[in-house]
Design a protein around this ligand. Sequence first.
Ligand code: ADP
Ligand code: ZN
Length: 745
Amino acid sequence: MTADSQMHKQQKIIQVAVPLPVRGERLLCYDYLAGPAADSPIGTIIHVPLGSRLVWGLVMGHGSSDDVPSPRLKEVAALADSPPLTDAHLRFLKAVANWTMAPFGMVMRMMLSTPSAFQPPATDTIYHVGQRADDKKLTPKRQRIWSFLEANPPLPAKELAQETGTSPAIVKAMAKAGLLESYEVPKQAIIAQPNPDHKPVTLTAAQQEVVDGIRGHLLSGYSAHLLDGVTGSGKTEVYFELVADQIKAGKQLMILLPEIALTAAWQSRFEARFGVKPVIWHSSISPAKRRHIWRACLAGEPMVVVGARSALFLPFTSLGLIIIDEEHEAAFKQEDMVFYHARDMAVQRAFIEEVPVILATATPSLESWVNAGQGTNGGQPKRYHHWQLSDRHGGARLPQIEMVDLKRDKPAAGKWLSAYLVEALQETLAAGKQSLLYLNRRGYAPLSICESCGAKATCQACDSWLVTHRLSGARQCHHCGFRTPLRPPAEDQCDECGATGQMRAYGPGVERLAEEVGHLFPEARYCVFSSDTMARPEIAAEMLRAITDGEVDIIIGTQMAAKGHHFPNLTLVGVIDADLGLAGGDLRAAERTYQILSQAAGRAGRTSTDGRALLQSYEPDNAVFKALASGDRDQFLALETELREQAEMPPFSRLAALILHGPDESQLLQVAKAMAEAKPQFQQVDIWGPTPAPIARIRGRHRIRFLIRSPKKVNLQHILHEWTAEVRIPSQIHLQIDIDPYSFL
Ligand code: ADP
Ligand code: ZN
């Protein structure tokens, strides 16, 4: 027997999940000598050597995964200072990996992205009174410290010195002399507890009915609720009421919002209702906060966490309720490393944790609509309870929506506002009210062509046009971030032929629209509201304040301005190009156009003044616009559901996209060919492709796509695992799998 195998005899072996991007239908674990983890339960977070690094992994099993463990097993380096993950949390991580086909190691890595939380907390030394012979006289300063501590709980030296007007050195000297005793305690910020009764509102009868309805399910394990109500109908107030219930029960709550950057208003509402700020979780909070929230979650502290999609992976141990606000938002889909839809995974988590989940929206996604048993008899089970709120609170009316036919009322070349919209703007200005011009295009112009040589300004690394941004003085690629400065005075030099002053802008962006507004209404105060101008939180907050306080007459904004805000003075919304979202033939084009336009239109008249929305279009008779103009949302959803069902598209079937990308086109084509040859043949499974992706090159990588469709009952993931395992994929080429794709680019 060798010395090594001797050691194996003595040491336990454990199976560990490590953060490697290895995809597989079965969860791949590695054997390690247990070392300090010999008695650690499954779900324990451990530090293990991997190659030349130390990485965080999870204990997934005891005993070897092989009959004969390798004699070169490495040993676990350390245990995290943390309780093990719950069984439900582990099952959730596995469910995410199984559904998305992302390597479990990558899902785990995302979840373990706060390594500072695994270190023991820093400690504070605190002092309290110690031994003292009664007759011994103290200096006045020492006496002050002594007297203070006799009447107060222990404190760190610095605070004690502040309280008593002495110095930390004196405190420490007293401790050394045995007059004070010192203790080490973990440094822990306290999470402020929301007060469920801080400032409740009196609900309307309709709101109360929904609260009571959902309340009836609150304590009975998993249930899913579509909270469907027009903007301003009080959905937030309704779910706040249920949040209050679960706070009283000492539970943890998770609230997912699509764009954390826009939640300042939401946070103040939470604070007004519950007396404290909610716990915010997103990628850019400070490491100290992250660490603290992570540990508090795992310790089961009652708390309300509101976050972007990554909050989904927090280690809650006593969840009571999950809420997904604006459930229809595409921003919930992550398309990077692990491709997952936070809404769908949140429902999954609720199911595994056996808690209720509420999906709130004014424009349900077709998926949720069908899950709520609506619009179809296509044999789909009803999975969600459906609660509707149909009136705006306080009697504010939904805006009146009118179509403007651009074929008849055509703006001059290089202009984008129809005469009808200009007139409406004028009236609104004269009435001292606010207008929003909505155009979902950042920058000045989406396309520039050189008049001299005919070249288009394009990205070096992508097959895409460069967008001119005048405010930031650059042409930018919106796919990879590449930018070339516009150099004054020849700010529009052609990169191809070098001619200056010849680049001509085509199409509008919000900056260009602002120029037009400036010419038409020189006295009006206007602002551009887009991710470019709202990048810094201070600036964003100030702009929102100015708009809310009526210091702006015309807001020219992208979808950032169209969502979630409550601008009390806004009465007119002009949609510059209602057709924009319909181009491109995306599966969800109509649905998304309906959602975003009704949201944009919904900005008008949120207070009691009547609002108006004008939609400029070349196709005013399109079913989407007809439904918008008539305000018949359900009719639109029913029609769209029917079309999807006829076309056998989601939610009536399942889709997956396979994207191959690599730096070398011919190598990529070879792999695509091999993939095509290995295509599985199943009666009911359609595979389209390989085809070059609509954007055939991004960041210098060529891209080829397959699209797969199957009936819902087919295990699509299994088919894809078998198929992709057949083809050897060289390391330069990356295979991306996107289950339920939302982007088809
Ligand atoms: P939604 O989430 O459906 O858009 P909100 O909950 O934001 O609706 O309600 C819209 C506005 O009406 C908010 O300012 C909210 O405070 C107010 N509101 C709604 N319901 C009530 C109520 N019962 N009492 C007082 N104010 C309410
Ligand atoms: Zn680019």
